[in-house]
Ligand binder design. Structure first.
Ligand code: C2O
Ligand code: CU
Ligand code: CU
Length: 470
């Protein structure tokens, strides 16, 4: 009798408030781990297929999407340091695409930048040896001019590297259980619940902000988690939105890794800021949660504040997590080793002419020539500060990303970086007027690589350059 009554009440609610019923909390989707085929010589062969799809994100309304091996986003690719891998990408889209391994140390021909276009119906092999330390990297398209749209519609996935150290650290590592991918993407849905990626002039200048935030492709999903330490592999996969992340119900989390691998030791933080393309691995200790749920909030610089993801701690309360004294040794690159300091000024111009050193991207122009084995300092300036720049005060943030290397931040406006930015990085946020110096060793492969703003509307409108290592 009771069940019937409850059923009736729920039915009534569903009839009266259809959107309430449609939006009943959904559990957090976990991108599957991609299986590989082991070839005779031990090489791991992974297969990705970029294809069109559709998905209902909002109120049961269907939108066109893109995905790898599915309708939206792609599987997580997990490899070990030392693995030889081939990733075979099939392009089943009706337009060219590429797949770039963001943060990975790979040969230029396998980098998946704008020069490695895959025509519709064709396939392409990325071939490389995993030679860098454990890290949470990601993959996404990088075709010139259409990166923003293809990522927006769903082409992105995680690329996770493990190594001996990561296996021995005693960090949570059960994928999808206490080691959880968290891909955050601010998206704009129109009245019909559709993605409509049509950036206007202001969108190109400031970024394509949204009105919802997706976590692994779901709106405010929930995740049951153990009442103990849980590792979150967070990626800001938004096109252009900067996200400030807090945990309502936890006063702090510990960041253990940045873009390119572990920090020297866990860093206690009350909030995190991630610009597009940046990653952070954090330990959220749910033994410290008082209530029945912890909400991850995300505030976008577009102005929205979202409830993004609900954690529901279950099971017995474990003892509080003890942060380890050391995670890894992050080796310093002495400034004296650098052979040159190059300067890069990022600036917005009239008509969304987005430039670095006054130039918009040109596929036929090599902007910088480096020698293999050299160490270099790059000094990057966001010239769109208040009162600065040709526009007389764009007040526009940018995020600078370099292919081929992981770098260290030497200083931000003359000051040493905060601990969470003091490890290996491949993308760095520059607030308006900021000046950041980074140092890296360009010692892996010869070839042509890209540097660019990772706000995808900026990248697509020219804020990108090419460097040749020879
Ligand atoms: Cu994540 Cu050149 O990009
Ligand atoms: Cu990249
Ligand atoms: Cu930018």
């Amino acid at each position: 009798m009771k069940t019937i009554l409850i059923g009736f009440v729920l039915l009534t609610i569903a009839v009266l408030f259809p959107s309430f019923a449609d939006n009943a909390a959904q559990t957090l989707p976990i991108p599957p781990l991609l299986e590989s085929e082991i070839l005779r010589d031990g090489t791991k062969l992974f297969r990705l297929e970029a294809d069109e799809g559709e998905r209902k994100f909002l109120n049961g309304k269907t939108t066109h999407t893109l995905g790898y091996n599915g309708d939206y986003l792609g599987p997580s690719i997990r490899v070990n340091r030392g693995d030889e891998v081939i990733i075979r990408v099939n392009n089943s889209l009706r337009e060219p695409t590429t797949v770039h391994w963001h943060g990975a140390d790979v040969p230029a021909e396998s980098d998946g930048g704008p020069h490695q276009g895959i025509a519709p119906g064709e396939s392409w092999d990325a071939v490389f040896r995993v030679q860098q330390q454990a890290a949470t990297l990601w993959y996404h398209p990088h075709f010139v001019g259409t990166t923003g749209e293809q990522v927006y519609e769903g082409l992105a996935g995680l690329f996770i590297i493990e190594d001996e150290n990561s296996g021995n650290l005693n960090l949570p590592m059960e994928y999808g259980v206490d080691d959880i991918p968290v891909i955050l993407q601010e998206r704009r849905f129109d009245r019909n619940g559709k993605f409509s990626y049509q950036p206007s002039m202001p969108d190109k200048m400031h970024g394509y902000f949204g009105n919802k935030i997706l976590v692994n492709g779901a709106i405010l999903p929930y995740k049951n988690v153990p009442r103990g330490p849980v590792r979150l592999r967070m990626l800001n996969g938004s096109n252009s939105s900067l996200l400030r992340i807090t945990f309502d119900g936890l006063s702090k989390v510990y960041q253990v890794a940045s873009d390119g691998g572990f920090l020297e030791k866990p860093v206690s933080l009350s909030y995190l800021v991630l610009s597009p393309g940046e990653r952070a691995e954090v330990i959220a200790d749910f033994s410290l949660a008082n209530g029945t749920s912890v909400i991850m909030n995300a505030e976008s610089n577009g102005g929205e504040i979202y409830d993004a993801l609900e954690f529901r701690p279950v099971g017995v309360r474990q003892p509080a997590w003890e942060p380890m004294k050391s995670l890894v040794t992050v080796e310093d690159i002495p400034e004296s080793e650098a052979s040159i300091t190059r300067r890069f000024a990022m600036q917005s111009g009239m008509g969304a002419r987005m430039t670095i050193n006054g130039k918009v991207m040109n596929m036929d122009r090599i902007d910088e020539r480096l020698r293999l084995g050299d160490t270099e300092i790059w000094e990057i300036e966001n010239s769109d500060g208040m009162g600065g720049g040709m526009m007389g005060g764009m007040n526009q943030p940018h995020s600078f990303h370099v292919h081929a290397v992981q770098f260290r931040i030497l200083d931000i406006n003359g000051r040493a970086p905060p601990e969470q930015l003091a490890g290996w990085k491949d993308t760095v946020l520059l607030w308006p007027g900021d000046r950041v110096r980074i140092i890296a060793r360009y010692n892996s492969y010869k070839g042509l690589y890209m540097y660019h703003c990772h706000l995808l509307e900026h990248e697509d409108n020219g804020m990108m350059g090419q460097f040749l290592i020879e």
